[in-house]
Design a protein around this ligand. Structure first.
Ligand SMILES: *Cc1c(COP(=O)(O)O)cnc(C)c1O
Length: 359
């Protein structure tokens, strides 16, 4: 017996983990600075950690109340109906629910290139076909409706990332609206705001309230520091509200995830500190790095360094792990996550030395 033909499916390549790199280099994991996966350098909210401990002895029951409570809290925050909030196992899980809801076999989707690999993976799992539109480096990764429409011809889902990974560029809400207006009635626009907390521009959620063809994706993995917990959600049009019960993996967000999520939401101080740290960090990287960078609204900065795979390797040898963007189709770029003040400073110093050719 064989699996189905998965030859068009590409395997997800995560940023390298600390343990993996430490083992390879024979270094102590604690001595490494990991700025490759856009994680929160301040860690999780202490309130979330406390909630995880507090609820540990209740994981023998299915999460019902906690799921409803978190859904209600998010609905109130976004001013939507609770059934427009689709909790999932990370933002990635929410992408799967959107694909399950929208895609019939053979439907096409339109994804950004370079871009987040999981859009295409998720569409393919659901027997969709993937087409791409460029978010062009030559044009400063600018995202505009007009450019995306040049590659649009009736795809069922158009994925937008704002702030965009890996460049940090944004698409203004007015442009999302133009795109939604100009695409066909049965085209869903998914606005992935995984890095939304770090941006100063408003969320596209206002369009979820007024339209039936825009969904927004958010996650607890980045600003909330809960990447290991796997908690994210989609905010969907009212007309879709009853689809969730038909497509979701039962209890997709665990008891612990829901409790920690609720606690993290109430800990506004932690999110504010995280965002402030990122804003200072990305300014610092753009100012001090001896390489061209792009203005970023995310918790990372893309930098053009020449041979990215070589620079990333040399940085690794110096104990700093960054994301080589070759797998994004940008073999001359690395993506540096904003760390603590000290980590960011060290990353800049080490990177500048590597770029100078120092050994
Ligand atoms: C991190 C990320 C996500 C979601 O990640 P989860 O950990 O699954 O919540 C979604 N989109 C982009 C562009 C990301 O970088």
């Amino acid at each position: 017996m064989y699996p189905r033909d998965l030859s068009s499916h590409t395997a997800y390549e995560a940023g390298r983990g600390i343990e993996e790199v430490a083992r390879e280099l024979g270094l102590d994991p604690d001595s490494l600075v990991k700025l490759a996966s856009n994680e929160n350098p301040l860690g999780p909210s202490p309130a979330a950690v406390e909630a995880i401990r507090e609820h540990a002895d209740r994981v023998h029951t299915y999460p019902k109340a906690s799921h409803a409570d978190l859904t209600a809290e998010l609905a109130a925050r976004w001013d939507l109906d609770p059934n427009q909030v689709w909790l999932a196992n990370g933002g990635d899980g929410a992408l799967d629910y959107l694909a399950r809801t929208a895609i019939d076999p053979g439907d096409r989707v339109l994804v950004p290139e370079p871009g987040f690999a999981y859009y295409g993976m998720s569409a393919r799992f659901h027997h969709g076909e993937v087409t791409t539109y460029p978010v062009s480096k030559a044009e400063g990764f600018e995202q505009r409706a007009r450019k995306i429409l040049a590659d649009y011809d009736g795809q069922r889902i158009v994925y937008l990332t704002s702030p965009h990974n890996p460049s940090g560029s944004e698409i203004p809400v007015a442009e999302v609206e133009t795109l939604a207006e100009r695409t066909e009635e049965d085209t869903l626009i998914v606005v992935d705001e995984a890095y939304g907390e770090f941006a100063e521009s408003p969320s596209a959620v206002s369009l979820v309230e007024t339209r039936d063809d825009v969904a927004v994706l958010r996650t607890f993995s980045k600003a909330y520091g809960l990447a290991g917990l796997r908690l994210g959600y989609a905010l969907v049009p009212e007309a879709w509200a009853d689809a969730y019960a038909r497509v979701n993996t039962p209890f997709a967000a665990s008891e612990i995830a829901c409790r920690a999520g609720l606690a993290a939401l109430s800990d506004t101080e932690h999110v504010e500190r995280s965002v402030a740290l990122v804003q200072a960090g990305r300014d610092r990287i753009c100012e001090r790095l001896d390489a061209p960078t792009w203005e970023s609204a995310g918790n990372f900065v893309l930098a053009e360094v020449g041979d990215a795979s070589d620079v990333a390797k040399r940085l690794r040898e110096r104990g700093v792990i960054v994301r080589d963007c070759t797998s994004f189709g940008l073999p001359e770029c690395i993506r540096i996550t904003c760390g603590t003040e000290e980590e960011t400073r060290l990353a800049i110093t080490e990177c500048n030395e590597v770029l100078r050719g120092a050994t």
